[in-house]
Design a protein around this ligand. Structure first.
Ligand SMILES: Cc1cc2nc3c(=O)[nH]c(=O)nc-3n(C[C@H](O)[C@H](O)[C@H](O)COP(=O)(O)O)c2cc1C
Length: 229
């Protein structure tokens, strides 16, 4: 019996139910591999982006429909997404973004990578900027903050993954929050709404995304007590 490149030598003919279970196992295995591939290769894409092709509303809404499946705390569905495609608005936001990034580079003595500069140079041309907002404001205490941001950032991350799966490249950016009042003015954001990340999004042009070089699980995982392996 042949399953792709695998040949099973069955001692006897398999019945329909057994075949059905084997088929299901292969499908599950395929899904696991694909999901893990997307999860491991959702890198920031700042280059090899198609600046000329608008990201379709259909794709964006499909991705947002995935995003809203993320966990949410007691506050419920407090997420709101704002997609900016208007050239003048993008220009204003890009100016603030560049200003902040250059300042970070100067004040922290960080040399910006070519990839950061590449996005900065063309951010105003990006087909769309997707902002993720949360209705409400975080409290001072850690517990409240974990609950508040824990109810919005998983949705933002799911959005980034869903876009990755559809060939839309994005970068997780949060530096605009340091100028949130100016952004709020530009985008008419009401009081009591918290700005989180902004994902600049464009279809990728053959960007080859691979897993990052990260420490393996055994180096970052304790068992039963802190420090124990
Ligand atoms: C909290 C947070 C904020 C970030 N803000 C920015 C940002 O404002 N601009 C940017 O270009 N990248 C930003 N990044 C993306 C990181 O720079 C990115 O993850 C890093 O370049 C590693 O690349 P990788 O995502 O491909 O592993 C941010 C990432 C995190 C987790």
């Amino acid at each position: 019996m042949h399953f792709g490149c695998i040949t099973l030598k069955a001692p006897r003919e398999l019945n329909h139910i057994e075949l059905w279970f084997i088929g299901l196992w292969f499908i599950e295995h395929e899904i696991t591999e694909r999901v893990e591939h997307v999860l491991s290769t959702a890198r920031s894409v700042r280059k090899k982006l198609d600046f000329t092709r608008p990201v379709s509303r259909e794709d964006l809404e499909a991705c947002i429909n995935v995003a809203v499946q993320a966990p949410t705390g007691l506050t419920g569905e407090n997420w709101r997404f704002l997609v900016v495609t208007d050239p003048e608005t993008k220009k204003q936001i890009a100016e603030i973004y560049c200003d902040v990034l250059v300042q970070i580079g100067e004040t922290r003595g960080v040399t910006l990578k070519p990839t950061h500069n590449a996005l900065m140079a063309r951010l105003h041309e990006i087909p769309c900027m997707v902002f993720v907002f949360a209705i409400g404001e975080p409290t001072e205490d850690v517990s409240g903050q974990v609950g508040f941001f824990g109810s919005i950032l998983p949705a933002a991350w799911s959005l980034m993954l869903a876009m990755r799966a559809r060939g839309i490249g994005t970068t997780w950016t949060s530096l605009l929050t340091s100028r949130k009042d100016e952004i709020a003015k530009i985008l008419n954001i009401p009081e009591g709404v918290t700005q989180t990340v902004m994902l600049p999004a464009a279809y990728t042009l053959g960007a080859r995304l691979k897993p990052a070089d990260r420490k393996p699980a055994e180096e970052v995982t304790f068992w039963n007590k802190w420090g124990e392996s």
